[in-house]
Design a binder for this molecule. Sequence first.
Ligand code: MG
Length: 250
Amino acid sequence: MRLARLEYEGAARWGQIEGDTVHLTRGLSGERTGETVPLEGAALLAPAEPTKIVCVGRNYVNHIRELGNDTGGLPKEPGIFLKGPNALAEPGGTVPSPEWTESFHFEGELALVIGRRARNLRPDEALEAVLGYTCALDLTARDLQKTDLQWFRAKAADRFCPLGPWIETDLTPTDLRVVTRVNGETRQDGRTSHMIFDVVQILTYLTRYVTLEPGDVVLTGTPEGVGPLHRGDTVEVEVEGVGTLVTRIS
Ligand code: MG
């Protein structure tokens, strides 16, 4: 099933997508209200209401190499950082290129949306905690990522996490193609099977330290091919089986 969040009559609502129609529901998992909205032209919002956005960095070997971060060998544990809910941006939205970075990079990623409270997950139950999957654009101030002690400015600034266009609940995350295009040109083309730490390993690792709440979002890392964005660019992140997240840079 595809679950969308959208603005409808001045309020944020959840709905189920069926064909070209969004059937509005009472909350995320409630029953349909009978209200419907055409999918085309619907004012889609980021499809999650997280308490936190947990991100895995350096999770694809070739991306680690392209950043020159492989001198100490491959990571032994997932490298984790956070964005807050302030970082979310809606699908089809516009993100201003900040004036305080000289190197505003795209990173296309598979994202998970958590469906139930999860702590100390075992490997065999980890995927049960996932409500579904969507596309994320992990916007990054690459210059500040290199100079700052923490990645607060580099990763967690307002609107640095476009997410969507919806959640796909019926998907196996182990081998999905993740493609990023800038102005129609393919810049990243990877598969989730190339992750160093897969979704199950990420979730068992994270929940040793933090409780994941329903609606929390986990970004799983980016394949090789990252690069700078400029004003006027259009970025598309396509995850196989989900759809395409479109973001404009202004
Ligand atoms: Mg990333």
